[in-house]
Design a protein around this ligand. Structure first.
Ligand SMILES: NC(=O)c1ccc[n+]([C@@H]2O[C@H](COP(=O)([O-])OP(=O)(O)OC[C@H]3O[C@@H](n4cnc5c(N)ncnc54)[C@H](O)[C@@H]3O)[C@@H](O)[C@H]2O)c1
Length: 454
């Protein structure tokens, strides 16, 4: 939720500082009161005088980050955590508080009647099972992105959420960011004109950025429930690299598409309101540097056909130039959301005498053409609109706002910002990209059959 700009740090850099002499207006966005917004619209204790009670299933990197962000949200309270790696029970307690009970068996948490909601922060191949079990137990679900490990998983999850009338928030938190809400406001205003092209990227350049995560010395079949981790993935002997670096492997994750495209697609869906699936996708890429036995490429680019829109996504794990950036290119303006800021730059479409087309004419023709143009345009050109930039305040946490939105919906039963259909559409975009990469063919989305075809 974007509040009106109370802390307006207007910076006017006079004409000439910005291309074509336009001025620049810079604004620091204000965090909305949303995080402090209380369930039931009342006190931090909620309508019934209590907080939303949730458990976290999966307390690895993201699960612990979710717990730390949730601590900023006064309307919820963690009452338990589950993880298959025993040492992460302690990590969960350090992230939330020593008082929470922990277990290796998430089902025991779902049996508890005092639990309202569940965070699902497992590796992707567990999302469907844990979500369906949580819904069967009558819980609402915040499920990390990408919500599904396959198209079939996503369809089953959407059906279960809707049949069970549960609240479901997909975990691409930028959809709740005040920066993305500002971008959506600019998009909806029509100031970009006609938009037919979006170009977006997230790049990284380090082993950690390519999911070569640390393997702790105590990792073993004694501390990790390997059989449960595999669940319905192909049987194989204990392999700590597969457990901690699961994003590299198709049995458990979805590579760059599932890890990073999903954030870009969710951001694009949120800004444009284009909450649908591309009809076609074509990917290209390869494993250029991280030849460590992984399945997924370390460089991937995909061109998508959306209705009236080309979307070009690319992620590189071998150079981080441009970092995290969504460029939206319209006939009247360009909007770039990059990291913690966004810029809107008007296109200069003021009428002008375009000399190029006259280069093949005689001097007399040019003179006459210019005279006629001047006669048809007697007024001086209007001033070019200002370039605008908006920035997030330091320390802003969109995950906390996303969780606050979820807790509020759990209480009020009103809609979340990123429901199961939204999350599923973004996840299908990831599966389209991977299908095309692995099949070396254009992936086509068959919406009626809910399948990808080559
Ligand atoms: N929204 C974001 O910005 C963001 C960032 C990172 C990761 N993620 C997503 O969060 C999810 C988790 O990623 P991660 O980096 O934390 O992975 P991770 O490997 O660090 O942690 C996953 C944990 O889930 C546990 N787990 C798996 N199945 C389980 C089960 N059935 N019961 C209990 N625990 C189970 C594992 O033991 C592991 O500790 C993924 O879907 C990922 O895509 C989202």
């Amino acid at each position: 939720m974007v509040q009106s700009m109370t802390r307006r740090g207007f910076v006017r850099l006079g004409a000439g500082a910005v291309a074509a002499g336009a001025a620049m207006k810079a604004t620091l966005l204000e965090p909305a009161a949303m995080r402090a917004q209380t369930v039931g619209g009342g006190s931090a204790g909620g309508a019934n005088g209590r907080k939303i009670r949730f458990v976290s299933i999966g307390t690895g990197i993201r699960g612990c980050d979710l717990l730390r962000s949730a601590r900023q949200v006064p309307t919820g309270e963690c009452v338990g955590a589950a993880d298959l790696y025993r040492t992460r029970h302690q990590a969960a307690k350090e992230a939330w508080g020593a008082e929470i009970p922990t277990t290796g068996d998430y089902r025991s948490l779902l049996d508890r009647k005092d639990v309202d909601a569940v965070f699902v922060a497992t590796s992707d191949h567990h999302h469907r099972r844990v979500t369906l079990d949580a819904i069967a137990a009558g819980k609402d679900v915040y499920c990390e992105k990408p919500i599904s490990h396959s198209v079939a998983d996503g369809a089953a999850m959407v059906d279960a959420v809707q049949a069970g009338k549960r609240i479901f928030q997909a975990g691409s938190q930028r959809v709740s960011s005040i920066l993305y809400k500002k971008a959506a406001e600019i998009y909806r205003s029509g100031r970009l004109g006609e938009v037919h092209w979006i170009d977006a990227q997230i790049n990284r350049n380090s082993p950690g950025g390519a999911w070569v995560y640390p393997i702790p010395p105590d990792a073993s079949p004694e501390t990790i429930d390997w059989k449960e981790f595999l669940v319905d993935a192909p049987e194989r002997p204990f392999d700590a690299a597969r457990f901690f670096r699961w994003r590299c492997f198709a049995d458990y994750g979805a590579g760059l598409a599932g890890d990073l495209f999903v954030h870009l697609l969710s951001g694009i869906q949120g800004i444009t309101g284009m909450n649908t699936v591309a009809s076609r996708a074509y990917s290209s890429g390869g494993i250029y540097h991280f030849n460590d036995g992984r399945d997924f490429p370390d460089l991937l680019e995909t061109v998508y056909d959306y209705p009236g829109m080309q979307v070009h996504l690319h992620c590189n794990q071998n150079n981080n130039d441009g970092d995290d950036r969504i460029g939206i290119y319209g006939s009247l303006g360009t909007m770039v959301v990059a990291g913690n800021s966004l810029t809107f730059t008007p296109q200069d479409v003021r009428p002008r005498f375009e000399t190029y087309g006259w280069n093949g004419m005689t001097a007399a023709q040019k003179r006459q053409g210019l005279e006629e143009w001047n006669a048809a345009h007697p007024a001086p050109p209007a001033a070019l609109g200002e370039t605008e930039s908006y920035a997030l305040p330091p320390g802003y946490d969109d995950t906390a706002d996303h969780i606050a939105n979820f807790f509020s919906a759990v209480e009020t039963r009103e809609h979340v910002v990123e429901d199961e259909v939204f999350g599923n559409n973004a996840a299908i975009g990831c599966h389209l990209a991977n299908y095309s990469y692995f099949h070396r063919a254009v992936a086509q989305w068959d919406a009626a059959a809910k399948t990808i075809k080559g």
